[in-house]
Write a protein that binds this ligand. Structure first.
Ligand code: NA7
Length: 544
């Protein structure tokens, strides 16, 4: 409204999860004045929103956390794979150490943002009408913050409770003794089903594609163990940025075919026993490049998994003899006793690959073959409009006023998965076109450190604004596409390519060239006086 107050700051950061907090901390350290706008009422981003039963990170600590010394030196984890509540406490700890909240405006969802060239300012509005101006706009909105809800689920005739995983009420949903449906078996659906099976009188798991889950091997961590390892953390945090995807491991530097069958089995077993993502991140180098190598990894996975499901019908649904898609070409997830829980008689696994769910009725769900499932609660673990959804959902407009959706109508374009032609002084992390299929905190720090370097150099060189050229975007986008095509990942449909949302264009949305190449390209652009960017110097502006 015309009465709304206006605030001015040097940098506006959107989102107060790992990315927003890290950017705030680094920019404060470099003398920038920042304000963070956060749509919800708490810190933590994805860990604030994802309150569904069983919500837990599946990258282990100490790998999964911020590298900020004041924070890790004073924090102790209780489990190797912390749950959502522990991660929430971690964010409170981050705040107590860094005093984050004093620079965060909560309940402030951005609804419009445009760069005004004449004023060299971003003008940003939030849902209550308040306007802000800033020199820089940094998006730290996460890759999975806009839920995807199938059309049929929007019906309001259902008499029971229906919730998407990312909108689960903080007061919880009473599931004890209830008939519950979980829709989807991505990382979220697996965690939900594993947990809800312990409470529900009957659980129906609606599976379209089986998840090729890996054993988590959860364990408790104690203070003494972590304290002893603390001195090594700076090395670990540095190391994770040099690996392909920000984990501690790299694929083994040998071909699967150079080992004998016995050696291969021994190697697979070792990775399997270590648990977590090892079987994915530390496997033979050709598993994601060569179909035969990939099949060997799948066969080992299926052998281990099928042995855990006694019921023949469920066994073929959960871990089929033939792979539903390339092994590791979708992000696997971690489980503790998913297969044992789903084997129980009060759990039904419904294959909806051929007969999809078509309606949410008064009493439950109906599939296209006419079958009806009466339930009290429907948990939607149907995923997200990932990577692009949150960027498109905040009213971003180019300097000429065109919405971002227009720019991307023939395909997503970006420069380095961090900047956009038509959007001067805007940078973003951990979303479209970034090396986002990776350990979140690692990717966020890699990209944010570069952005901070860019902003410091701009200040030093008297640069008013930077905006990528259309040619630089074209080159980056075509490199991203060709790297993607070289991987077996390109043969598999998932949120990596937008195909999980029916209305979305199918195209590679992630840079699969690995952190080292990504870093090299980013720092080359920086070192070569902002190669790929149009530069507007402050004196240009003064001279008109
Ligand atoms: P995902 O990985 O996108 O999983 C969504 C799941 O929901 C997936 O199994 C889908 O089946 C399924 N789905 C989607 N729509 C339907 C309908 N209409 N009917 C039945 N099943 C459906 O999202 P998550 O939340 O699990 O995980 C997202 C990321 O967050 C994860 O990778 C981690 O990084 C954290 P499909 O497989 O497409 O056949």
């Amino acid at each position: 409204s015309q009465f709304a107050s206006r605030y001015q700051t040097e940098v506006l950061i959107v989102g107060a999860g790992f990315a927003g907090i890290y950017l705030l901390h680094k920019l404060r350290g470099s003398g920038f004045q920042c304000l963070v706008l956060e749509a919800t009422d708490s810190l933590g981003g994805t860990w604030n929103c994802n309150r569904y039963p069983g919500s837990r990170v599946d990258t282990n600590v100490p790998l999964y956390q911020l590298s900020i010394p004041e924070v890790w030196a004073t924090w102790t984890w209780t489990e190797r794979f912390p749950d959502r509540d522990e991660l929430s406490r971690y964010f409170e700890h981050v705040d107590s150490v860094l005093n984050v909240k004093k620079d965060v405006l909560f309940n402030s969802k951005v609804v419009s943002a445009q760069y005004l060239v004449d004023a060299s300012m971003w003008t940003v509005r939030i849902s209550d009408g308040t306007s802000f101006t800033s020199r820089f706009l940094l998006l730290a909105t996460g890759f999975a913050s806009k839920p995807y809800i199938p059309e049929w689920a929007a019906s309001d005739t259902f008499r029971g409770t229906t919730c998407h995983s990312a909108c689960w009420p903080s007061s919880g949903v009473d599931l004890v003794g209830k008939r519950v449906a979980v829709i989807g078996t991505g990382a979220t659906g697996v965690q939900m089903a594993q947990e809800i099976s312990r409470q529900a009188s009957h659980l129906y798991v609606f599976q379209r594609t089986p998840n090729l889950c890996l054993p988590m091997r959860q364990r408790k961590l104690d203070y003494a163990e972590q304290d002893a390892a603390r001195a090594d953390l700076p090395r670990l945090f540095k190391h994770r940025l040099t690996t392909t995807a920000g984990y501690a491991d790299e694929p083994a530097k040998r071909s699967i075919f150079s080992d004998s069958p016995e050696e291969r089995t021994a190697f697979f077993e070792r990775l399997w026993d270590e648990g977590g993502f090892k079987f994915w991140t530390a496997n033979y180098q050709d598993v994601l490049l060569d179909e035969e190598a990939n099949r060997m990894a799948y066969d080992f996975w299926a052998g281990q998994t099928r042995a855990r499901v006694a019921d023949a019908q469920k066994r073929d649904m959960l871990a089929p003899v033939d792979p539903p898609h390339g092994w590791g070409c979708r992000r696997p997830c971690l489980e503790s006793d998913y297969y044992e829980q789903l084997s129980k008689p009060h759990v039904s696994v419904i294959d909806v690959s051929r007969a999809p769910i078509v309606a949410l009725t008064e009493d439950g769900l109906r599939t296209s073959d006419g079958a009806v499932y009466e339930v009290d609660v429907v948990g939607l673990a149907t995923g997200f409009d990932a990577l692009t959804g949150s960027m498109l959902d905040m009213g971003l407009a180019s300097t000429s006023g065109a919405p971002l959706a227009e720019k991307w109508s023939n395909g997503v374009a970006s420069y380095l998965g961090a900047a956009l032609a038509g959007y001067p002084n805007l940078f973003y992390v951990f979303a479209a076109h970034g090396p986002t299929a990776s350990n979140g905190p690692s990717c966020i720090e890699l990209q944010s450190d570069w952005i901070v370097h860019v902003m410091v150099k701009m200040r030093r060189d008297g640069i008013e604004s930077l905006e990528p050229t259309v040619e630089a975007e074209r080159d980056w986008t075509s490199l991203l596409h060709s790297v993607y095509q070289a991987s077996l990942v390109s043969n598999t449909r998932s949120w990596y390519d937008g195909s999980n949302v029916p209305t979305k264009r199918m195209e590679p949305l992630i840079f699969f060239g690995g952190f080292p190449l990504y870093r090299e390209l980013c720092y080359n652009a920086l070192d070569e006086n902002f190669k790929g960017f149009n530069i507007r110097y402050r004196h240009d502006k003064q001279e008109g």
